[in-house]
Design a protein. Structure first.
Length: 215
């Protein structure tokens, strides 16, 4: 397999920057992308699109054409202000801004709306290689996102969850992927990725969790 040296070095520099920042956990995300070499990426929760772009560029280290599926509410957040607190989320950029950021780097499809409604409609025959779940942070939403994402897995798909919390039991009752991860069936391998990051606003540590099917 031919390697795009420029993209590969750029990704390694991004990994280094993350490892020196307050968002150290995201170094794992790009490291996994380099290992998996996905051609199809699905991300739930786009926010500003910068990590989307980093994942695409990392994947292009090995594959010149990447398909990217991105789910978010985008500008719909403007009409649903209370959802920011309900989902412990941040206001994302508009669909147009994200499209303009990503369109030159991959074949993209952006799906706007609440994933409680949009993910069930996504074709289940459209299997993907890598899934990053980082959308709404309520247990209800993450459980929905996992329920539909697992139907898009093939035997080598890797799923990464953000927001596995430690430190505040009351917060964990309502938010984060803890309950979903801790209740996975025996069909899955679970890897809790370090390092953890500390979120002072929430007074919790947070880490990524990697999920794969048992072979």
């Amino acid at each position: 397999m031919k390697i795009n040296i420029r993209k590969y070095i750029e990704t390694q520099l991004s990994i280094l920057r993350y490892s020196l920042s307050k968002f150290k956990r995201y170094s794992n995300l790009l490291t996994i992308i380099l290992k998996v070499k996905p051609k199809k990426i699905l991300e739930i929760g786009i926010y500003k699109g910068w990590r989307s772009l980093e994942m695409i560029k990392a994947a292009k280290s090995f594959n010149p054409l990447i398909k990217f599926y991105g789910f978010d509410m985008f500008e719909m957040f403007l009409d649903k202000k209370n959802i920011l607190s309900e989902e412990l989320s941040k206001k994302p950029k508009s669909m147009k801004i994200i499209k303009d950021l990503l369109k030159e780097h991959a074949k993209i499809k952006l799906i706007k709306g609440n994933t409680l409604k949009t993910l069930p409609k996504f074709p289940k025959k459209n299997k993907v290689d890598f899934i990053f779940i980082d959308g709404g942070h309520s247990v209800k939403t993450i459980r929905n996102d996992w329920f539909h994402s697992k139907k898009l897995m093939h035997k080598n798909t890797v799923v990464v969850f953000d927001d596995f919390y430690s430190g505040d039991k009351n917060l964990i009752k309502k938010f984060g992927c803890n309950k979903i991860i801790e209740n996975l069936s025996n069909n899955y391998l679970i890897e809790y990725l370090k390092p953890k990051d500390y979120i002072p606003q929430l007074k919790v540590h947070v880490q990524l969790v990697k999920i794969t099917l048992k072979k």
